[in-house]
Design a protein around this ligand. Structure first.
Ligand code: FES
Ligand SMILES: [Fe+2]
Length: 425
């Protein structure tokens, strides 16, 4: 439970907000690599309550600019895309992706431009994602290198969708194992019959609705374990599913081959990036790609139909709060559908968004099933406090790679779930 002041402190992401200042200590994914083609039109991007423009020059170098032109603030979304830079249509100032000012045609002094720097941010491209750092240069952390970034593009499938609510309530669903067998019961039943590796990994959750939940604090955030005693005929075993929360918005799924990034665009809208990978299978090649996306519910048709794209979010003809997410109440009555919603992603979105754009936490009743939630609050509070004290917050401390931080699952042979992890930091 959080009172209104504590809640706002945790959730508000603008440049003058406590969490907003903490968030600006991290590298943040802002688009899929595939969303910026070389030389294409500039694309509007919203991050942490501010507006930017993403663009890639003809040589393929990606960039992120503040939307307002350095000169007098005209929108760079209107800018002309030239081979080596974006040119503001107002007075023709031209900016390279690294911020170099290439031309200022309305100023006679040719040296004038050399004294200026465009409003461009540091950008990296890795793992099929474009990442930016929005904070002060002096606190820029090492770029987070994850092992899946080194796989061939064919072996990694990345998606982005948008949800009409605050980021914290979206993350809550990722450290909340006990909703899986309820909210998603139809999808999990289907996993019995689907020959996808992903489906098989989540299969056991439908057989135990009240897992034991434990958390372990780490230097990057926390591990979150859901432990289930499974009985199948004469066989008994104890399974642990362990997610890693890496502050402030990354969750490594217990399946071990899914990373998710829940990135605030504003106080009330969130971009959700999924990375699925496989060393063995070319996940990103058809027909595997389409089958995988279909099962999860992240295919382009689903995202469009449920209003989860930049173009469709908030449209009245799409599922939303006003039309009760177009829930199929008849199917619920007939016992064919638990939630009345078509798939896993739609169920998660409806659960998160229906709580309100920025949900009230002054009236919640956290239970033993919610240890991940209370730990999430504490961890995010620690991020805010560290940033306020001028320290690097959790998750921004590492200098090296992230190969030893994993989501994982396994059968416990009488030992502790922590034995399944490479190490506890
Ligand atoms: S406002 Fe952009 S060049 Fe003047
Ligand atoms: Fe879910």
């Amino acid at each position: 439970m959080l009172d209104a002041v504590a809640n706002q402190r945790l959730c508000r992401v603008g440049p003058d907000d406590a969490m907003g200042r903490a968030l600006r200590h991290y590298w943040v994914p802002f688009l899929l690599s595939s969303e910026l083609a070389p030389g294409a039109d500039p694309r509007g991007v919203e991050l942490f309550g501010e507006r930017f423009v993403g663009w890639r020059d003809a040589a393929g170098r990606p960039g992120l600019f503040a939307e307002a032109c350095l000169h007098r603030g005209a929108s760079m979304r209107l800018a002309r895309a030239e081979d080596d830079g974006l040119r503001c249509v107002y007075h023709g100032w031209k900016f390279a992706v690294d911020g170099a000012v290439l031309e200022t045609p309305n100023v006679a002094d040719p040296k004038f431009r050399e004294r200026l720097r465009g409003r461009a941010y540091p950008v990296q491209e890795a793992g099929g994602l474009l990442w930016a750092y929005l904070g002060p240069r002096e606190s820029q952390p090492a770029f987070p290198r994850w092992p899946w970034m080194d796989l061939a593009d064919d072996h990694r499938l990345v998606t982005r969708h948008v949800e009409a609510c605050n980021f914290v309530q979206v993350i809550e669903g990722l450290v909340d194992s006990s909703h899986l067998g309820l909210l998603h019961m139809n999808g999990l039943r289907q996993s019995d019959s689907v020959a996808l590796g992903f489906a098989q990994k989540v299969n056991s959750m439908q057989r135990h609705l009240a897992p034991r939940l434990e958390v372990q604090e780490t230097d990057f955030g926390f591990y979150y374990a859901a432990i289930r005693d499974i009985e199948e005929g004469a066989e008994r075993r104890t399974e642990a599913r362990i997610a890693a929360f890496v502050a402030p918005f990354t969750v490594l799924n217990p399946n071990g081959d899914i990373a998710t990034f829940v990135v605030p665009q504003s106080d009330s809208q969130t971009a959700f990036f999924h990375v699925f990978w496989s060393e063995r299978d070319a996940l990103n090649r058809e027909p595997l790609r389409a089958r995988h996306l279909d099962f999860i519910g992240l295919g382009p048709a689903v995202l469009d139909a449920f209003g989860l794209t930049d173009e469709t979010i908030g449209r009245p003809d799409r599922p939303g709060v006003a039309n009760r997410f177009m829930q199929d109440r008849d199917a619920m009555r007939r016992g064919e559908s638990w939630s009345g919603l078509p798939g896993l992603i739609e169920e998660d979105v409806a659960a998160s968004v229906s709580a309100g754009a920025l949900r009230d936490r002054s009236h919640e009743a956290l239970s033993a099933a919610d240890v991940g939630i209370s730990r999430l609050y504490r961890c995010l509070q620690a991020c805010v406090e560290a940033a306020e004290d001028g320290r690097r917050p959790p998750g921004a401390l590492r200098a090296g790679g992230w190969h030893d931080v994993v989501g994982t699952h396994g059968v416990l042979e009488g030992g502790d779930w922590r034995d399944l992890l490479p190490r506890i930091g």
